[in-house]
Design a protein around this ligand. Sequence first.
Ligand code: SF4
Length: 238
Amino acid sequence: MENATFELTSELTEAELTRVSAQFESAAPETILEWALEEFGQDVALATGFGAEGCVLVHMLAQITPKARMFYLDTGLLFPETYELKAKLEARYGVQIERRASRLSVDAQARIHGDRLWEREPNRCCQLRKIEPLVETLSDLRAWVTAIRRDQSVTRASSPIVSFDSKFDLIKINPLATWNSQDVWRFIFKHKIPYNPLHDQQYPSIGCTPCTTPVQIGEHSRAGRWRGTEKTECGLHR
Ligand code: SF4
């Protein structure tokens, strides 16, 4: 990457974003993150669900500055291992990963919408427990960083590195878009980055406890999410 400095303004056009994104196609994720922090400072934040990719990005951001903003969506239904991993990452890197959550507790949701909403209406459940707190969090930001990779699913295959996220009305940055799973795990082992031990128990993709199952050999890495339904995404990413 010859020149990682771009003049961004609030009037950035789609064409300019496309140009910036194209220039980052061959850039290291760390270069993209440095640019993001330089351009947006405290107005950019990493959203992580503590998957392997998210752990990589926490590591990379912390090397640039432990003051980089990071947050997670606490649905109240995450695996105990996920909460433990959050604490481990914060201790190892001296970062703070902000907790964002629905105003409705799981019990309150059950009282209002009925018990085990995720079984009857998973989209509604994701809307309440993930999307609404995400919208609130993103409304204070100018850009967000996500951990998505193009090879994770068909719906993510054409994700740009930098683009305008019209769903949430801010710039979206995917520094690991061009990486594959081997790149992620090579980086994790090289830098001894903490990761969720469930990954070693056939959970390549980890979400909420009621909606995540282990995968069998030969299954797609996201096959364990919302198994038995047609749902493949929580709605955070188009
Ligand atoms: Fe609800 Fe499942 Fe979505 Fe979690 S992943 S918010 S439990 S539907």
